[in-house]
Design a protein around this ligand. Structure first.
Ligand code: SF4
Length: 376
């Protein structure tokens, strides 16, 4: 007799990676977690298996983010003044890298950064300050600048990354209109003590919890290429899933001369791509951003990263230059993806010149049509 409940065929082990990749995408779409063995298999897949992986990952990306790419604009509002010793960071107290050192930029320069973000059609302005923790006086000044930005550009999202976050500052920034707070896990709990001795993983988790309690969207990601094992990559991906962070920046170490990790070369373009694919499968609903080091490490594979990631920075990073933004816009469009909010108008923000973000105290000025080089 015919039964209304159709019995499922028994699940057979995947004979090849293509079948496994399809199963992983289906798991991810259903919201089921990958097993650790599956996650490690993603990181171990070969160049020949990449088309199957990318196809699977793109299904997940398309389901939650379509073909949109969200642009972020980064502003380094306080540079090179940090007492911490994060080994990957050119602004740490142990770094000998010749980065600029300045305290909190005056409000007019922060407003200038916002104007440039809007010109670039960035959806989000990321205000990043070096340091363990912001002072209350600086937080009040920053909150004032943010209120002005939100009055002028109410649709521009603002994310702050100011280190550890005391509750009064969290409230102040939230009231000023800040939507998101960034505090990266950076790596696995196991490996964390190898890259930083001045604070611990637990403190980072506390800040993330405080940001969430204050009502921020949480942005938290990692840096790869610091000597971590594949298991560390899997652990940090699973931890970010568990935390349910809304946004994940994936950084690839730029081994800046003068930092303890100077000269560290452990990444390949293919590995970077696999890491992004893994994060997409493990955290399907989180916005995934290709962040620092993408030009250096993904190299010619950068366009393929868009099959996994749905966001990227335009302009420059904290102390190192990014690719020419016009090339980034072209890459997105050439791949058939769409910039969230529309592309920057040609000849204005995009073709005609570059925004100088970090190279001097005169930062955040429009650098004009002849300035095609990246800021240092
Ligand atoms: S706390 Fe932030 S600014 Fe300070 S050394 Fe670490 S990463 Fe760099």
């Amino acid at each position: 007799m015919h039964s209304s409940r159709r019995s499922r065929p028994p699940r057979r082990p995947a004979k090849d990676f293509s079948a496994l990749a399809v199963r992983l995408a289906e798991k991810s779409l259903r919201g089921s977690p990958l097993s650790r063995a599956e996650a490690r298999r993603v990181l171990a897949c070969t160049a020949q298996e990449m088309p199957a992986l990318l196809s699977a990952v793109f299904r997940v990306r398309r389901a939650f983010f379509g073909r949109k790419v969200k642009l972020h604009f980064l502003a380094n509002i306080q540079s090179g003044v940090c007492p911490e010793d994060c080994a990957y960071c050119s602004q740490s107290r142990v770094s000998k890298a010749p980065v600029e050192r300045y305290r909190l930029l005056p409000p007019r320069q922060i407003l200038g950064a916002a104007e440039n973000a809007v010109r670039w059609k960035a959806s989000r302005l990321c205000l990043v300050a070096s340091g363990r923790q912001f002072s209350q006086t600086d937080a009040v000044s920053l909150a004032g600048a943010i209120r002005t930005i939100k009055r002028r550009h109410p649709r521009l999202e603002i994310c702050c990354s100011l280190g550890f976050l005391p509750e009064p500052q969290a409230r102040l920034l939230r009231d000023a209109g800040v939507e998101a707070y960034n505090h990266n896990l950076n790596t696995s709990e196991r490996f964390y003590r190898s890259i930083c001795s001045t604070h611990g993983y637990a403190e980072r988790l506390e800040t993330i919890a405080r940001a969430r309690a204050a009502g921020f969207h949480v942005c938290s990601g990692a840096v790869f290429g610091m000597g971590e094992t594949p298991d560390d990559v899997v652990r940090v991906a699973f931890h970010l899933r568990k935390l349910g962070v809304e946004s994940i920046p994936v950084n690839f170490l730029i081994p800046v001369p003068g930092t303890p990790l100077e000269g560290r070369e452990s990444l390949t373009p293919l590995l970077c791509l696999k890491i992004l694919c893994l994060f997409r499968l493990v955290c399907p609903r989180s916005a995934l951003r290709i962040a620092g080091g993408r030009e250096l490490h993904l190299r010619s594979l950068q366009p393929l990263a868009l099959f996994a990631a749905n966001a990227m920075f335009v302009g420059d990073y904290l102390t190192t230059g990014g690719a020419a933004a016009q090339r980034d816009i072209e890459m997105i469009q050439d791949m058939g993806f769409e910039i969230l909010g529309g592309a920057p108008p040609e000849g204005k923000a995009c073709v005609a010149g570059r925004v100088k973000v970090i190279s001097s105290r005169k930062a955040f000025r429009w650098a004009g049509p002849s300035s095609a080089g990246a800021a240092s």
